[in-house]
Design a protein around this ligand. Structure first.
Ligand code: PGA
Length: 253
């Protein structure tokens, strides 16, 4: 059985008090309502991480949204994977399309960040996905293959086995336009096939692949019922405790 994960991505939202308040609600609701082995994760801005990891315990796990590729040094304003780990985080999102687009993060840089995360025992949630143009001109499989090859296929099988992937079509992020479950499943199956070609069937079958992009409590059940979709990376809906926890509960058994 693959690990099922519902991870919230708060992005650059919520001041400190707002973050503590929302997170406390989420922890209480998950504690009371979750039935099953799925993992609930919140990826918060850096300033929240230390407090949230203490509040979340093993009920809700904590992740960062980015890390620097170096361990320490003269990189004003940056935060390293080692620092993130030191406050009790377990996850870090790497290569979100907003980082690729607004901060010009290349596949090569993202490979270095992924290695830094793994070296510090953080689980990378590595994001891939095509733009609307790439969807429309039919090049999306090639785009995804290039992102996988440049970002994570340089890893040893042992390191790759620790990575969580997230397929997030850029055209579906924050737009209310969700990929249909067929569109998402098609790409997830393709990703798994590429993993099998690179690392073998066994590892491919064990890899958790999340879907992200306008996922909400209404569409989560149909998306997560697809054979190759193992959970979600949730943006907007993770800012509402009821919505986020309802998505987590999609996996209640
Ligand atoms: P969204 O964002 O759920 O608001 O579309 C998803 C993401 O960017 O991870």
């Amino acid at each position: 059985m693959r690990k099922k994960i519902v991870a919230g991505n708060w992005k650059m939202n919520l001041d400190y008090a707002e973050g503590i308040s929302l997170f406390s609600e989420i922890v209480n609701m998950v504690r009371d309502e979750q039935k099953g082995e799925q993992l609930a994760v919140i990826c918060a801005p850096f300033i929240h991480l230390n407090s949230l990891s203490k509040l979340g315990g093993t009920t809700v796990r904590i992740g960062a949204q980015n890390c620097h590729q170096n361990e320490s040094g003269a990189f004003t304003g940056e935060i390293s994977a080692k620092m993130i780990k030191s406050v009790g985080c377990e996850y870090v999102i790497i290569g979100h399309s907003e980082r690729r687009q607004y901060f010009a993060e290349s596949d090569e840089l993202l490979a270095a960040k992924t290695s830094a995360a793994l070296k510090n025992n953080l689980i990378p949630i590595f994001c891939i996905g095509e733009t609307l143009d790439e969807r429309n001109n039919g090049s999306y499989f090639d785009v995804i293959k290039t992102q996988l090859t440049g970002g994570v296929f340089g890893l040893s099988a042992e390191d790759f086995s620790k990575v969580v992937l997230a397929y997030e079509p850029v055209w579906a992020i924050g737009t209310g336009l969700t990929a249909t479950s067929e569109q998402a499943q098609e790409v997830h199956a393709y990703i798994r096939k590429e993993i099998a070609a690179k690392y073998g069937e066994e590892l491919a079958e064990k890899t958790t692949i999340l879907y992200g992009g306008s996922c909400n409590p209404k569409n989560a059940a149909e998306l997560f019922a697809q054979k190759d979709i193992d959970g979600g990376l949730i943006g907007g809906a993770s800012l509402k405790s009821r919505d986020f926890v309802d998505i987590v509960k999609t996996f209640n058994s």
